[in-house]
Design a protein around this ligand. Structure first.
Ligand code: 2NL
Length: 346
């Protein structure tokens, strides 16, 4: 029996030695130390077979064997756990010195940037920014701007009508007419209005049925053409395109201004000598402007004998095209990311 126990111990210790997972180790524990294990069996069978003298000796040996096996199991368990922890730590190591993966970021659309740049510039000259509806009444879009029904200029800008009386605005001027109407001649107005406008044009490199406009309006007592030219347009042109730029005004016509002008800036490419950019004229057309027509002031509730004003309108797409050399207005709306990405500051 003594031999039997020693064989069992040797066997168990060998299996513990060979085990390389916690699962195998647990199987050995159950097999050798469990209630139905061989050591327990030996102890159980001790009763009848052993003499009084042998019993305590075998009993003690059995306990020693149990103790040795249990101790070996615990030691091996600690070893395996340590190895597994090492392995896990090695696998999950994070090298905090590695550079991070770049996260692609968005940015403002070129048109948004240009509109905001223009807004900032006019805010700096004391203008407030106002917005209004894109679906307008015939009254605010045409009538209030000295374009009565049957006026030939209504054909000039073919419009998207929704009903006989409702249309998509063809310019942002109705925002200004609405603002003047709200203030009813009680105080001056100094505002710009950026926004989308719509015209029934066939899209090509320089035309779009939907585009952006920024208009400006300053109505006060004693506002003159010189305030428009020297105070506002010259500063706008120099800040937007460079201090070395000159402006000039040419006579023009708009139904809502009298007199009306168009503003050119000197060509930077040829410095006035004439090149392909300025079509050999030395000048590039930027915007339209003029003194607000007395009838427009009157309809909005301003006494044209007391108040006068100037107004101007420009297309931010055109400004961006000139400033950045964009050759096709459709680039602003097709949103090819390769085009847009070139204009991100970040
Ligand atoms: C252009 C020309 C212009 C205006 C817009 C305006 C508005 C009111 C009264 C008088 Cl409420 N005028 N706006 C005046 C002159 C020119 O735009 O070529 N825009 C792209």
């Amino acid at each position: 029996m003594k031999d039997q126990l020693q064989v069992l111990e040797k066997e168990a210790l060998q299996k513990i030695e060979d085990a390389d997972s916690l699962k195998e180790l647990q199987d050995v524990r159950v097999a050798y130390l469990g209630k139905k294990g061989p050591i327990t069996e030996v102890l159980k069978g001790m009763g009848g077979k052993l003499s009084k003298e042998e019993r305590p000796v075998i009993g003690e040996l059995a306990n020693t064997v149990r103790g040795n096996v249990a101790e070996a199991l615990n030691r091996k368990k600690a070893d395996i756990e340590a190895v597994e922890l090492e392995k896990q730590l090695a696998e999950e190591t994070i090298d905090v010195t590695l550079p991070g993966r770049p996260v692609p970021t968005g940015g403002p659309h070129l048109l948004t940037s240009i509109v905001e740049e223009i807004e900032d510039l006019f805010i700096g000259m004391g203008f407030e920014v106002r917005e209004g509806p894109e679906v307008e009444t015939d009254y605010y879009n045409f009538e209030a701007l000295n374009l009565p029904k049957g006026h030939p200029a209504r054909d000039m800008q073919d419009s998207f009508y929704i009903t006989e009386d409702i249309l998509l605005r063809t310019h942002t001027s109705p925002v200004q007419a609405r603002t003047m109407n709200m203030i009813k001649g009680e105080r001056p107005v100094k505002m710009i209005c950026p926004g989308k406008v719509y015209r029934r044009d066939t899209d090509d490199a320089t035309h779009s049925h939907q585009f952006t406009q920024i208009e400006g309006l300053y109505v006060d007592k004693h506002v003159q053409m010189s305030d428009l030219k020297g105070g506002v347009l010259d500063r706008f042109a120099k800040q937007m395109f460079g201090e070395d730029r000159e402006i000039r005004l040419r006579p023009s016509f708009f139904p809502f201004t009298e007199p009306s002008v168009e503003m050119d800036i000197s060509c930077k490419v040829c410095h006035g000598k004439g090149c392909s950019v300025c079509k050999k004229t030395g000048w590039i057309e930027i915007l339209g402007a003029g003194m607000v027509h007395p009838r427009v002031l009157e309809m909005a509730g301003y006494d044209p004998d007391i108040y006068s004003g100037f107004a101007f309108g420009m297309g931010p797409e055109r400004i961006a095209m000139l400033k950045y050399g964009v050759d096709d207005i459709r680039h602003f709306y097709t949103n090819d990311i390769r085009f847009l990405k070139q204009y991100h500051q970040a």
